[in-house]
Write a protein that binds this ligand. Structure first.
Ligand code: KG4
Ligand code: ZN
Length: 329
């Protein structure tokens, strides 16, 4: 079964071809980073327009790289929620058009479910139940995954998402956009113990809070003025985020008694989070799955994978499929 996946929820135009749910034949990601960098962040209207320009060439490239034509496609999976509505509409319109023209099934996918399935792309045999830490630009969630489409939310951020904290702190440090990778790189040159930034432990819960940390970075930057050591500040900020994410994830895994932990979403590409989570998992005896960077950040292969398992259950979307800015999983 060949699934064409389409993802346009934010600033990457992506199309992928996936065989039997887990084998990636192609996964083309056209990033808009350079354009949005000029404005210091994602401009929704510009993102939508660029998706329109790139959607067809990206789909064609995904077919070419897989050595296929539209005739080989058995179903189409597309992110329809949550995200920038103007951006989502482009991918959803393309997916509906293809479903109608090719007379093939269409399935709308929740973006976070897509992220969760990125772990299955690297470990197709991933056994339930397992724990999933989702860390993206818009979400920080600890999820118990009991089966396909069967999730229990254990904890989440009460304010900023982890990725948002990275992006906002990067701006405060003058590192620009995209914040996460810039902080990651700067932190490699800095001392993670230089500044004792606060950790919000949210005692007794598996929830997170990162807005206090962001404010602490803002205050610190103000007090330092020209003497600011950007690399030390980036490293100390990153360490505060990573320590909380790792500690809470291990606590959650113990509580729900799973064997495996997965970490997905853009922030899962962070090198220090990867390193610290790997060490902690090894020390505590949990198996850890963190996808490679290209599958952590937004991509259509993960969307096709999530769509595959929904289609297997007999689910279908019709041509009325809507786009939503916010949506529960
Ligand atoms: O999953 P994603 O690509 O899009 C959303 O669904 O939001 O995540 C994007 C987020 C951004 O906040 C970005 O700064 C962050 O992931 N990110 C990183 C790294 N790469 C991307 N954060 C920290 N370190 C990285 N290397
Ligand atoms: Zn995402």
């Amino acid at each position: 079964m060949i699934i064409l996946g389409i993802e346009t929820s934010c600033d990457e135009t992506s199309a992928a071809l996936l065989e039997d749910g887990v084998r990636i034949l192609s996964n083309v990601v056209a990033s808009q980073v350079e354009m949005h960098a000029k404005w210091g962040g994602v401009v929704p209207e510009a993102a939508a327009r660029m998706h329109v320009e790139r959607m067809n060439p990206v789909i064609q490239q995904a077919l070419d790289e897989a050595g296929m034509t539209f005739d080989d496609v058995d179903a189409i999976a597309v992110t329809n929620r949550p995200g920038l509505v103007g951006a989502l509409v482009v991918g959803v319109a393309a997916a509906k058009t293809l479903a109608l023209a090719l007379q093939k099934p269409l399935i709308g996918v929740h973006h976070l479910e897509g992220h969760m399935y990125s772990a299955r792309l690297v470990d197709p045999e991933l056994e339930f139940p397992y724990l999933c830490l989702i860390v993206s630009g818009g979400h920080t969630e600890l999820m118990l995954v009991k089966g396909h489409g069967d999730y229990y939310l254990l904890g989440q951020s009460m304010d900023d998402a982890a990725g948002e904290a990275f992006d906002k702190s990067a701006r405060l440090l003058g590192l620009g956009y995209p914040g996460g990778p810039k902080v990651d790189a700067a932190a490699k040159q800095g001392n993670p113990n230089a500044i004792p930034f606060p950790r919000a432990w949210m005692d007794g819960t598996l929830n997170f809070s990162f807005s206090g940390l962001k404010s602490a970075v803002l205050r610190y930057v103000d007090t330092q003025g020209k003497a600011l050591n950007v690399n030390d500040t980036a490293a100390s900020f990153q360490e505060a985020v990573v320590e909380v994410l790792v500690t809470k994830t291990i606590t959650a895994a113990r509580q729900v008694k799973v064997k495996t932990i997965t970490v997905v979403g853009g922030v899962a590409a962070n090198s220090r989070l990867n390193e610290a989570m790997s060490t902690a998992a090894k020390d505590t005896g949990f198996r850890l799955v963190i996808p490679p960077s290209i599958l952590c950040t937004d991509n259509a292969a993960m969307v096709a994978c999530a769509g595959y398992y929904r289609l297997q259950k007999g689910e279908r979307s019709d041509l009325e499929l809507d786009t939503l800015a916010t949506a529960d999983l």
